[in-house]
Design a protein around this ligand. Structure first.
Ligand code: SF4
Length: 213
């Protein structure tokens, strides 16, 4: 059975895409970008293994109405097959949902890798490129200005105005999957994170939030 290495899961989240969303942070990223703000998500053995069918069933049981699912990390495309299987299950059961993925790779890099094609084909909106502290944020969904926001499908393109209308610095709060870490969720500035009363913030990496214990 295919499994996904999951670091955290939260819902409903409004700060990482249009509408109420389920957000997954996958564990493991081999890129090792200097200045990565979620180093705790980089180890391949961080988080825990969850069978894809179990995770899909859990997400489909969420009672709150959702607009879609966002996947961040860690590096989603390092688990491309498992994520593709998960999204296939979710979007088949909930065809009204949309998908938004973060990746530290560029779209050009992914387009050249056959293993990424299936997951890309199920991605409505892709935020690409590594988080860089030295490039100021220029988009509500991108933590640094070097990152691009790509609308890959008709459904994704139909959401462009909703995405552009998202507030810069929107935040939600949550708990890590094992309940041990408070989370600040969203593409937040360092000043915002310092102002939070929470003790830590695991989610983020390429989407911008950072742990500030
Ligand atoms: S910034 Fe993104 S791509 Fe780079 S090491 Fe961190 S999680 Fe990986």
């Amino acid at each position: 059975m295919t499994s996904l290495r999951l670091f955290a899961l939260s819902f409903p989240v409004t700060a990482l895409g249009p509408g109420n969303r389920a957000v997954l942070w996958v564990a493991g990223c081999a890129r090792g970008c200097p200045g990565c703000i979620s180093p705790e998500m980089q180890p391949a053995d961080a988080g825990r293994e969850v069978p894809v069918p179990v995770l899909a069933e859990r997400l489909l049981k969420i009672e709150a109405p959702l607009a879609g699912v966002t996947v961040s990390g860690g590096e989603p495309f390092d688990q491309a097959e498992a994520l593709a299987e998960l999204l296939e299950r979710l979007l088949t059961a909930r065809p009204e949902w949309n998908s938004l993925l973060y990746t530290g790779y560029t779209l050009g890099e992914l387009a050249a890798r056959p293993y990424a094609a299936r997951l890309l084909s199920m991605t409505d909106i892709l935020v690409d490129g590594p988080f860089r502290r030295d490039v100021p944020q220029a988009h509500p969904l991108a933590g640094s200005g070097n990152q691009g926001v790509h609308y890959l499908t008709d459904r994704g393109r139909s959401l462009r105005a909703d995405v552009d209308a998202l507030p810069v610095g929107g935040m939600n709060y949550g708990l890590s999957a094992d309940g041990t870490m408070d989370m600040v969720i969203g593409v937040t500035s360092e000043a915002q994170r310092r102002g939070t009363p929470l003790r830590g913030a695991p989610p983020g990496s390429c989407d911008g939030p950072a742990p500030e214990a």
